[in-house]
Design a protein around this ligand. Sequence first.
Ligand code: ATP
Ligand code: FE2
Length: 324
Amino acid sequence: MIIFGLEGTAWNLSAALVDEKRVIAEKSATYVPAKGGIHPREASQHHAENMAKVVGSILATAREQDLKIDGIAFSQGPGLGPCLRTVATAARMLSLRIGVPLLGVNHCVAHIEVGKWQSEAQDPAIIYVSGANSQVLALRRGRYRIFGETLDISIGNAIDKFARSVGLAHPGGPKVEELARNAKQYISLPYTVKGMDLSFSGMSTAATEAAKKHDLADVCHSLQETAFAMLVEVTERAMAHAEKSEVLLVGGVGANKRLGQMLNTMCEERGAKFHLPDRKYMGDNGSMIAYNGLLMLKCGIVTPISESHVRPGYRPDEVDVVWA
Ligand code: ATP
Ligand code: FE2
């Protein structure tokens, strides 16, 4: 079975072709805001302008290798409304033109499934951290149940906002990670865990304030240590509660080496196994959408055009994970 996947919920327009075993091809076009953060309408215009190039490149590969596409998967949500609509329109058109089923994929679940595919994780507690989401989940009775999540902004957004406030271009995550390596001391920042939930907004603002008085590298380091410790705490508790002995890290912020290191240490101390998929599967990519679509089609789940409306607030626990 070969599935074409299209991702474009926010900053990255990406198309891919996968089969059960591997990624056959992937082509992306990245939106970089001229200034500030992601502007939804500008991002959707970027996706529209690059759609023919990105999709065309993958279709050309299918033609050259004489591959028959069995389904068109697209990210139905969550994400930015204008971006989702651009992607859904292109996916519907491809499905009708090629004459194969449409597969509406939940973007969060796709991050998880590609992570499982690209690691040896069996039944892990999952920490999903990205630009719009921060959740700790585990599979229970056929759904990825959310054990804990942010009550305000995501960890990625908290870092990006802080980074912009000190003059670093979007996305700030990788730049903050780099700067943090040269830190000399830890500066105390608000640590907010409420039950199983988290809050990052106050910490981000406090870091912006701290950067007016302290060395930037020290603040970057302190921001990472504080936020990641909060995430590790909740992940550890979710493991105990859901009785999981593995952890899987997914989402764009998962590319951060320090976060992986801290989770690995926690797992070692508990005698648990930590799974870190390859970096290229952490941020948004077309392969994850294609792969989740493949899992769906194998179980006979398809999305009729009449049910292919975009779902900007689509939560992972709304999805019946019948393939697991
Ligand atoms: P979602 O809809 O899943 O929230 P997204 O649109 O935010 O997805 P992702 O690619 O999953 O996209 O995540 C992007 C985030 O990852 C950005 O906030 C970016 O700063 C962050 N990020 C990328 N690399 C790193 C890194 N090395 N350290 C910290 N954060 C990083
Ligand atoms: Fe994402």
